[in-house]
Design a protein around this ligand. Sequence first.
Ligand code: GDP
Ligand code: MG
Length: 352
Amino acid sequence: MKIGILGLSKSGKTTVFQSLTGLNLSNNLKEKFHISSVKVPDSRINFLSKIFNPKKRTFPTIDFLDYNNVVEREEKLIDNEYFAKLKECDGILKVVRNFENDIFPPHFGVISPKRELEELDDHIILTDLDIVEKRYEKLKNAKYKLSANELFELKSLEKFKNILSEGKHLNRFEFTQEEEKLIKNYSLISAKKEIVLINVSSMDERVDEEFINFLKDERRDYFIVSALNEKELNELDDESKKEFASDMKIEEFAIEKVISRFYKILNLITFLTVGEDEVRGWTIKENTTALKAAGKIHTDFERGFIKAQVVSFDDFQKYGSLKECAKNGVLRLEGKDYIVKDGDIIEFKFNL
Ligand SMILES: Nc1nc2c(ncn2[C@@H]2O[C@H](COP(=O)(O)OP(=O)(O)O)[C@@H](O)[C@H]2O)c(=O)[nH]1
Ligand SMILES: [Mg+2]
């Protein structure tokens, strides 16, 4: 999974990036892009590793992408280069600034997270609208008779255009599978799932109530996070980290909130593979078939798929070994159409 961080300059994006990834970029802030992979914690992998004692333990990962939109490039908030990178992202983390810092004043000169969010939203909508309109005009003015597919595309584009022209994000609407495919092809950013991160100096800091009510009314996901504090906490050992976090009224770290929320809104689940070599977690979309899940591990597994041997993590935990699971009838063989569940422990049987 890949998450793109987006925000106006000096909203604290790079600080958020560091707080989430644990990286310290103090001497290296000139890079245009920062990318880093974070392990998705999963206590089931720890449990299974104790039992299988594998050579390797592999957690699913989530990549964070930060972009350095320095002032010279400001008039183009998301330039073509970053836009191309955002295409690959599954979700967007929108950072808006609520903290005071006289040395680095906020984008609009005054603290206004709402205005920052509106600016970001508008920019995304205009970027998408530009893509949609260009394609729409091209099809509309075509000098030949449109195919059935093109007619469908034209109709869909009109729908997207209407939504965007009203200043709305596509992620607020439900689409058919075919429409989703088009949205993906055009890489429309407003269709991507998002979380708003309100960046505060301390958890005591006041956040404008009107802004919070606005987010609630719009049913948008948001977190209030003290990124700078969390970044500094990352430098400490686990015990001091907990202690100071509690003093700072940080109940849950941003990384935990961000990961679990994105898993939820992107409909992601984890299945597990076990063995002496490796215990590993794999991230897939809900409603993925056993066949497609096999393909996630290796295309050969998909091509030569015979059966999937499945047991749920809960059953495994209850019985303690695959042998006992088999004895108690909870280890089952499933076919290629089986819908994989969160926590399924799977061994794929395949033929090459
Ligand atoms: N006082 C204060 N400064 C912060 C906070 N978060 C970030 N900063 C500082 O604000 C400046 C801009 O942050 P940065 O993460 O580089 O913003 P970006 O331009 O969006 O990447 C940096 O000097 C940060 O150290 C905060 O919560 N409080
Ligand atoms: Mg930055």
